[in-house]
Design a protein around this ligand. Sequence first.
Ligand SMILES: NC(=O)c1ccc[n+]([C@@H]2O[C@H](COP(=O)([O-])OP(=O)(O)OC[C@H]3O[C@@H](n4cnc5c(N)ncnc54)[C@H](O)[C@@H]3O)[C@@H](O)[C@H]2O)c1
Length: 366
Amino acid sequence: MTLADPLRVVLAGAGNMGRAWGRTIEGAPDVELAGIADIDPGAAEAAAAELGRPVAVGTDAVALAASTGARAVVDVTVPAAHHPVTTDALFAGLDVLGEKPVAETVAQALSLAAASQVTGRLFMVSQSRRWNPQLFALRAMAEDLGAAGSLTTEFFRAPRFGGFREEMAHPLLVDMAIHAFDSARFVLGAEPVSAYCETHNPPWSWYAGDAAATAVFAMEGGARYTYTGSWCAPGRQTSWNGEWRLSAEKGSAHWDGDHEPVLDAEVEPTPRPPALFSGIEGSLLVFTDALRTGVPPMGEVHENVLSLAMVEAAVQSAETGRPVLLDEVLAEAHAEALRTESNPDVKDALASWPNVREVLTAATHP
Ligand SMILES: NC(=O)c1ccc[n+]([C@@H]2O[C@H](COP(=O)([O-])OP(=O)(O)OC[C@H]3O[C@@H](n4cnc5c(N)ncnc54)[C@H](O)[C@@H]3O)[C@@H](O)[C@H]2O)c1
């Protein structure tokens, strides 16, 4: 796969985050925004008007890509639309960079991983908080600190969003904690084995669902990752990344989520080049590089699915009061994907997977 010319992309979804993506694509070297698609034509037109130059608009990303000569889609639609919009794009021969979460359910995420295999197109999930140079520095410290014991994230904030987040059953776990879960996998270089989670809704909460959660994950290699947080926490606020502590064999590392992490250990840090990317600009750069080099990037769909599986495992545990094995979540999702898949080629690909975890972790690994 080579790209001599700028990568022409269609933006699908022109809501809050879609407009941020529109500005990022406009500012990116070697990428051209060919069009904006939204099922709400007014949203697409408003996003185009903000750019201050004529941009094609439409209601269907694939049709718009065909008429504008775009070869990739940036999918920033609502989570429920990720599966249909990305599937259509992949089967139209387009590569896709999609917002988190990869899909609404792990079953749909597995279907997308199989669709990417069947079509041979790249589907990368933009998990923007992973593309943070400070997080890369924390991971480098983790590598220098030897065996990991405990990694913790505290997340306490009090945003008033209004809208869907205040109506969801598990707003903190489903909408926000996925960023931290994804970062924890990256920092530890280890995949989750089991989850135990309790959620509750403090009496003063302005959310309908449980706005507070504490989850403990056993990770491969034996470390424990603990996430505790609340989205209705007046008083001292953590950063949006949360506050992190790693306790390991040779010492500890600490990150407040906004500044460089701090190492507390008698070890000589291994010199490493600084990370040159961050946020959604970073995702876009990594995506375009991957298309040019053909090397699967971090965030490639297979690699991302376990972050969503951690969310599903935590929600299941909170609802049943029992620990949940990640392999059970993957097996149930695989069975559901096989039951519900409508594309015969994707179904065959899913059926050929001998072991879901192995398929997910073999493709790319941090
Ligand atoms: N990485 C981050 O930090 C971050 C922050 C906010 C949102 N997000 C993610 O970005 C995505 C969008 O969130 P948002 O806040 O912009 O939501 P939003 O509701 O503001 O906008 C979503 C848009 O998608 C459109 N849409 C729905 N179905 C569509 C379809 N089939 N085709 C085309 N357009 C369709 C809607 O009409 C709407 O305009 C979500 O997946 C969300 O989780 C990520």
